[in-house]
Ligand binder design. Sequence first.
Ligand code: SF4
Length: 141
Amino acid sequence: HGKPDYAATEKASHFKPIAYPKPDGVLTFDRLSSVFLSNTNHEEDQPVHLKVKDENLQKSSEYVDFAGLSARYCPAGVYEWIDADGNSVPADADRKPGDNVRFQINAQNCVHCKTCDIKDPNQNINWTVPQGGEGPVYSVM
Ligand code: SF4
């Protein structure tokens, strides 16, 4: 469509939030159950292979302007914005630049789809090659 995917992403204020139904466990499944089926495996203390170039930009733009879209496009629940009480910030939260939040990367869940590298609107997340031999192991592929 004439421009890179990240450049086609628009700010959250241009849209109305979509309330998706909860997974029914028959035709639709929650993300962490699907991550389990991928048999993905990384050592807990491996060097993080997902690099955020500028933490301030991540908060001012990805968190505030784009409503933390990494928590939605990542199929494995790797990215979360965490509030001062240690809870994940919900998708429909009212977000302000002064919020006491931090960006958490659960790199051990990554299934190496590289969506974050392609879709982040600021090109602020770099997917790098993880520690050798780690990642998803799809048993029927
Ligand atoms: S590569 Fe895919 S699974 Fe891994 S963090 Fe990025 S979006 Fe999530």
